[in-house]
Write a protein that binds this ligand. Structure first.
Ligand code: 6PG
Length: 255
């Protein structure tokens, strides 16, 4: 049985639990006088989570200064303007950021208006170096990184066979993604694997096959991107719903 796997009856319960996990960790940091850094994921799965995080029952329990200590980043972004329908930033802004009292300077979006994508990646990398006070060769350590699981096993915008998967020299990459005929901007594996906690959110029957493939097999010689996520000194949590977990019975999970 996978110790770090939690299965929830529905996407709503998954979102509720993920919101609780976020606030548990962020509140601990706030109470200890520390900042809390969280890299948000994109796609459709986290939308319910972001809306849940902005619900009154969570917000009402927060100390007044809570949001001053929280800083949001993104794990990846599409090469579209910040107000584009496909923007991961726009999705989070509408579902969460516009509904909470967080200082604007605590929101560190990827500036996709910078072209080409490599310029946006370089600027984001510079922002990370500045914010985390990184010396040459050092990695940022996010308190929490949210990740989804693509149906091909991609994470953030690290897709199978992408050269960006081998990038050990940068914090941020801007790979060409053939399946979308576009560039993406993404945190690289060294940054992802340096997180204090990585929380995968996976929902829906369309993900049951890839989730089984990622979790059931030991990482092969050329692992899927999701199998390359192994935080060296951090936690790896999987929050999935029943539909996505349907094929995990071979791992000892029983509905
Ligand atoms: C993106 C995401 C991407 C996403 C997966 C899963 O920019 O699209 O960062 O990595 O998490 O593709 O997407 P869904 O949640 O929509 O299935």
């Amino acid at each position: 049985m996978l110790q770090n796997l939690r299965v929830f009856a529905s996407p709503a319960e998954l979102a509720d639990a993920a919101a609780g996990e976020f606030y548990l960790r962020a509140r601990r940091a706030c109470d200890e006088g520390r900042i809390f850094t969280c890299a948000l994921s994109g796609g459709s799965t986290p939308l319910r989570l972001y809306r849940r995080m902005a619900d009154g029952d969570f917000l009402a329990r927060l100390p007044a200064e809570f949001w001053n200590s929280v800083h949001f980043f993104w794990g990846d972004e599409r090469e579209v303007p910040a107000d584009h329908a496909d923007s991961n930033f726009r999705m989070a802004r509408e579902a969460l950021l516009d509904r909470i009292e967080i200082p604007r300077e605590n929101i560190h979006r990827i500036q996709t208006e910078l072209r080409p994508a490599s310029a946006a990646a370089s600027m984001y990398e510079h922002a990370l170096v500045e914010f985390f006070g990184l010396h040459q060769g050092k990695l940022p350590r996010f308190d929490l990184i949210l990740l989804g699981l693509g149906d091909d096993g991609h994470v953030a915008s690290l897709f199978p066979h992408s050269e960006a998967l081998q990038d050990q020299a940068h914090l941020v990459a801007s790979p060409w993604v053939a399946k979308f005929s576009s560039f993406r901007i993404t945190l690289t594996l060294p940054v992802l694997n340096n997180a204090a906690c990585i929380l995968f959110l996976v929902q829906g029957s369309s993900k049951s096959g890839i989730l089984h493939r990622v979790l059931a097999s030991a990482p092969p010689y050329n692992p899927l991107p999701a199998q390359a996520i192994r935080p060296g000194s951090g936690e790896l949590l999987w929050f999935v719903d029943e539909a996505a977990a349907a094929d995990l019975r071979s791992l000892g999970y029983r509905a």
